[in-house]
Design a protein around this ligand. Structure first.
Ligand code: FAD
Length: 431
């Protein structure tokens, strides 16, 4: 089969087709974006009796939620040392605990809603590209065990064969709590669950603008869409790397960054077992990292930030070749294996590389997952929905400083990405 520029996961999933009903006049909560964040929020809100409309400019799961590696990972993008230096020990502990709770949150939803998405607690493996990265694993594992009572297993170089069929790494670190799933099936299942709970989902309904408007003495928001206006008491934005002009305050704090994936043809069982004997979710220790795993039907899925700009025909095609070369560096055994699919998607980075949630200019939001969003987006959707319903759930990412660039240097067009790309390549070289 020739290389297809298409998301492999979409070939394995069936998406609900919500009826193209007219927009209601008004709702309790409008949710913008039908990915993990928005659909998880809509499900929770609808189950609590709220009248909810999800507005999605494309279709259910169209954004990063159907395009990702399906790695359901513990921890945050930043290591615990950096977190403790920035936020102190107590807040870092709450953040780390929350990161573990995100995995349980996904597992609970998959079970409660009977979502057929190959969820499995297969664990993740981080592999060290340099000796000093490996030396740091032992320090991190010791710190996390001591401070947060969570066990990670450090794997010496000479024992790594039991974890990965590659000889290029200096060792690894395993967290058995992480999981894997099929993201397209998961987001389709979340959509079905939100519909079943009573939420309305409106596809092809881009929110073009949003402004405050009171109705019969009640404060709220008026949204303009190509299908007419909608009024809502509260608005929750879960637009991640696709955040646009309708929410300029949020757009100015989010950097959209491209990430790309290839998948091979189906591998022979012995070869698949050799490459990943324990079927882990794997990523390496670089800034400009590779992440990879076997799919449930035994393809090698291999991803990375091959081009820094968000996906376009050009960046996707270029990425296929870059990623294939990267894959062969890790696994020369795949030299004669065909690459069948390549696709890209957009990640959302905050300037401090942290998840952020709460309210901005009166609008609820959850963004900033930095490539760690399968579990965290699901969790934040649920937590912010609970907040909107009047609860005060534990959520250590609400209220932390949310930086932007000073003096209006940034309005959502990341002119600095080529420099950031060079900077991270340089960092990988020297650190
Ligand atoms: C290639 C790739 C690989 C990844 N791999 C992993 C991984 O293995 N593990 C992991 O944890 N994370 C991974 N991530 C990150 C993860 O996929 C995301 O963090 C997560 O899906 C974000 O979900 P979301 O619902 O917030 O946003 P999205 O799924 O991006 O959804 C946002 C939606 O908002 C809609 N939208 C935007 N503006 C408007 C508007 N004005 N009106 C209406 N709708 C609008 C968009 O159409 C889009 O569908 C990866 C991401 C990419 C791109």
């Amino acid at each position: 089969m020739a290389l297809e520029e298409q998301n492999y996961w979409l070939r394995t999933a069936e998406f609900p087709k919500p009826k193209a009903a007219r927009l209601p006049q008004g709702v309790d909560v409008a949710v913008i974006g039908a990915g993990f964040t928005g659909l998880s929020a809509a499900r929770t809100l609808a189950k609590r009796g709220a009248n909810v409309a999800v507005l999605e400019s494309e279709t259910i799961g169209w954004g990063a939620s159907s395009r990702n590696g399906g790695m359901v990972l513990t921890g945050l993008k930043l290591g615990v040392n950096k977190l403790i230096a920035r936020y102190g020990r107590e807040l870092t502990e709450r953040m780390y605990r929350a990161s573990l709770a995100t995995i349980d949150c996904v597992e609970r939803i998959v079970r409660e809603e009977a979502i057929d998405c190959d969820f499995s607690r297969c664990g993740h493996l981080e592999v060290a590209c340099k000796q000093k990265h490996f030396d740091d694993y032992a320090r991190q594992a010791e710190l996390i065990a001591r401070e947060f009572n969570h066990q990670l297993r450090v794997v010496e170089r000479n024992e790594l064969k039991a974890e990965i069929g590659s000889t290029i790494y200096y060792g690894g670190m395993v967290d058995e709590v992480s999981a894997g799933l099929n993201p397209a099936r998961y987001v389709a299942g979340l959509g079905e669950a939100a519909l079943r709970a009573g939420a309305g989902i409106f596809e092809h309904t881009r929110v073009q603008s949003l402004e405050r408007e009171s109705r019969q003495g009640e404060s709220g928001w008026k949204m303009v869409t190509p299908r007419g206006p909608l009024w809502a008491r509260e608005v929750f934005v879960g637009t991640s790397g696709y955040t646009g002009r309708a929410t300029p305050a949020l757009q100015g704090k989010i950097i959209p960054v491209g990430s790309f994936i290839i998948t091979t043809e189906v591998l022979r069982e012995e070869l698949a077992n050799e490459l990943s004997p324990r079927n882990r979710m794997i990523y390496d220790s670089k800034h400009y990292l590779y992440y990879y795993r076997l799919t449930p039907d035994r393809r090698m899925l291999f991803g990375g930030r091959a081009a820094f700009f968000p996906e376009s025909d050009q960046t996707i095609r270029r990425s296929a070749e870059i990623l294939r070369r990267g894959m062969l560096d890790v696994y020369p055994q795949l030299r004669d294996t065909k690459v069948e699919y390549v696709w890209g998607g957009t990640l959302d980075f905050a300037f401090d590389i942290m998840p952020h949630a709460g309210q901005i200019d009166g609008i609820y939001y959850a963004v900033g997952y930095a490539g760690h969003g399968v579990a965290m987006a699901t969790y934040q959707g649920q937590k912010i929905a609970e907040l909107i319903s009047g609860d005060t759930p534990e959520n250590p990412f609400v209220g932390i400083p949310f930086p932007g660039l000073p003096l209006g240097l940034y309005h959502g067009k990341p002119w600095f990405l080529p420099f950031a790309g060079i900077w991270y390549k340089l960092l990988d070289w020297v650190s």
